[in-house]
Design a protein around this ligand. Structure first.
Ligand code: ADP
Length: 600
């Protein structure tokens, strides 16, 4: 994992790494020097009383510490810079990658959990770099330097001191293995926890209406408890390093002092080298202990890095085919030819669907909820690949053109207009990034949105929050229509809202839609009787098959036709084509609308 991170990010930083390593070596060398000099201090100044050396030694020590200070500062800043930049790059990479993934990934993943998980993972990697790497690098170099001093001063004593290394390494390995699993579990529980909180706040109206507070609270309580348990377990396992390293260090220091004392007493060995040795040993103790602990922290960060790569390694399905050309729209005729499609569950959702949405005309898709209307639209947007058959725009198979050019030719107004964080102007501009302010305002006028936008305190610069909470349903719809107008795509895909708007709003939305449809090929998932009657062609779907096709009058003339039957049923009752009475046409559940509702 570390190798992969370095391979993908190392090259740009080669220069900075070299500078950092020089600083680290300077730190280690000055630390080693201060231990080294103890031999001369003891042997020459105190033992042999060569006081003329005192000035030189004191100057040397002061210089060593100054170098150590400056070098420590530089290496810390440089390493932090590399670390922060690495985090920034992973955030960007992660987002870019997510945006490339197919729609199916997002239908299978809970957005709140995903966001929480990514957040934790990136933070985990930052810890790896800014905290862990800094200390690993500095401490490791210091320990190596000091070990060098120790071995040079007294190889035998070094063997005693370094004797604790094997059990230490063994203990670290054991703890790291235990941490791996529990760290992953902790991240997952925390993501579920944060995801659940987010879902509950987003659905707060439902929560209150169904008095679900206590139930949700109990459910969340279980998650919180599990997450807490994991955090405690992580603390127990990782802190276990301290007693282990302390005990081992005690053995080493006691062993060294015991043996050195014995040697001095019985063999009269001068104390200088022992002093230098013990100074080095004591100086090495702290970084060595930190190093042992850092190993454990490193393991946690690596678990997070691994989780990031699990997402980055997901293959974005439906890449463009080799040599895909841009779609060239001339008339904007859309033709479905023998389209068969099933979602992952392999139950056929569409069977041999063929129909043509004629250029510049309006085609209405009609059918019970679950008949496959939204799926048809999703296939036209190429959110999924067909099992067989083709969809053609002006005779070009959409699976052979670039997705970018395909989607640029499609304008989309979804059933649940989604507004993104930002101003009203930004939200309309998502239709086409290079649209001028005038074009945006013109689009808003055409969408009958201009008036209410101007009434807002900041006009076009009013911030719309999550889901545009401050705007009414009709206003949001008109903004999303303005977005489609700005896009100015030759083909318009429209998922009509089933939720009733008040008459005034409804009228304005209808007017706005009429404007945007003009001169465009429009495919509309129709729920409103008036829309269906106005359509040039009606395509009636039943359980994924086209059962009837033709204009209103023709279909109505078929006495026992599917369309004629339910038109009469609806019309007599004065109802919309789809309502929630469920007779003939079942209610559309929000989850079934997910594919269409989440886009644009
Ligand atoms: P409609 O828009 O006519 O209500 P849909 O196209 O939404 O119908 O759904 C057609 C069928 O496909 C339904 O049986 C529905 O349960 C299923 N379906 C829709 N979306 C998905 C999905 N993302 N994964 C699996 N099955 C789906």
């Amino acid at each position: 994992m570390v190798r992969r991170i370095l391979a993908e990010n190392g090259r740009e930083y080669a220069g900075t790494y070299v500078t950092t390593i020089i600083c680290l070596v300077a730190v280690a060398a000055s630390t080693g020097f201060s231990a080294w000099i103890m031999r001369d201090v003891v042997d020459k100044v105190f033992y042999k009383q060569q006081y003329e050396l005192l000035g030189l030694i004191c100057g040397g020590i002061m210089l060593a510490f100054t170098i150590r200070g400056v070098a420590s500062y530089l290496q810390a800043v440089l390493l932090a810079k590399i670390g922060n930049n690495l985090v920034a790059r992973y955030q960007q990479r992660m987002f870019d990658h997510l945006m490339r993934l197919g729609v199916s990934y997002f239908t299978a993943t809970r957005s709140g959990q995903l966001a929480a998980r990514i957040n934790q993972n990136v933070a985990g990697v930052r810890d790896l770099l800014s905290l862990t790497l800094t200390s690993v690098a500095r401490d490791a170099v210091s320990v190596i330097g000091l070990a060098g001093v120790m071995i040079f001063q007294d190889p035998l004593l070094s063997c005693i001191a370094l004797g604790i290394a094997p059990p230490l390494v063994f203990a670290i390995n054991y703890l790291m293995r235990r941490l791996r699993r529990v760290t992953r579990e902790a991240v997952e529980y925390n993501s579920r926890l944060i995801g659940a909180m987010q879902e509950a706040t987003q659905g707060i109206a439902i929560v209150k209406a169904f008095t679900m507070e206590d139930q949700l609270s109990a459910k969340l309580g279980v998650l919180i408890e599990e997450a807490e348990k994991r955090s405690n377990k992580i603390a127990r396992v990782s802190e276990r390093m301290s007693p282990i390293s302390e005990v081992l260090a005690g053995f080493a220091i006691a062993g060294v002092i015991g043996y050195a004392g014995y040697r001095a007493a019985y063999h009269g060995v001068p104390p200088g080298s022992v002093f230098a040795f013990i100074t080095a040993l004591l100086l090495a103790y702290d970084p060595a202990r930190r190093l042992a602990k850092v190993q454990v922290g490193l393991e946690r960060a690596l678990v997070n890095a691994r989780m990031i790569y699990e997402i980055l390694d997901i293959d974005p399905h439906q890449r463009d085919v080799d040599g895909a050309r841009d779609l060239v729209v001339t008339h904007a005729e859309v033709r479905f030819r023998d389209v068969n499609f099933s979602y992952a569950e392999k139950m056929p959702v569409l069977s041999d669907v063929s129909f043509t949405a004629e250029a510049g005309k309006m085609t209405a898709l009609v059918g019970a909820s679950g008949a496959g209307k939204s799926t048809l639209v999703a296939l036209l947007e190429r959110f999924y690949d067909l099992d067989s058959g083709t969809i053609e725009i002006d005779g070009q198979d959409i699976s052979k053109v670039t997705k970018r050019s395909l989607r640029r030719s499609l304008g989309y107004v979804s059933q649940q207009p989604y507004l993104f964080e930002g101003t009203i102007r930004d939200n309309i501009r998502y239709g086409r990034p290079d649209a001028t302010d005038e074009e945006i305002e013109e689009a808003a006028r055409l969408a009958h949105a201009d008036e209410f936008i101007r009434q807002q305190e900041h006009g076009y610069d009013t911030l719309v929050g999550e889901n545009g909470v401050t705007l009414s349903g009709g206003q949001r719809q008109r903004l999303s229509i303005a977005r489609a107008i700005v896009r100015d795509a030759p083909i318009l895909v429209l998922d009509e809202a089933t939720s009733a708007l008040d008459n005034e709003s409804e009228l304005r939305v209808q007017q706005a839609l009429a404007t945007v449809m003009k001169g465009r090929t429009t495919i509309v998932i129709a729920h409103r009787l008036s829309t269906v009657i106005d359509a040039d062609t009606i395509v009636v779907l039943e359980e994924g098959r086209v059962v009837e096709e033709g204009p209103h009058q023709v279909l109505l003339a078929k006495a026992d036709g599917v369309y004629a039957r339910f038109y009469r049923g609806r019309h007599d009752k004065g109802l919309q084509l789809v309502d929630d009475t469920g007779d003939g046409l079942k209610a559309a559940s929000p989850s079934q609308r997910k594919v269409a509702g989440g886009a644009v």
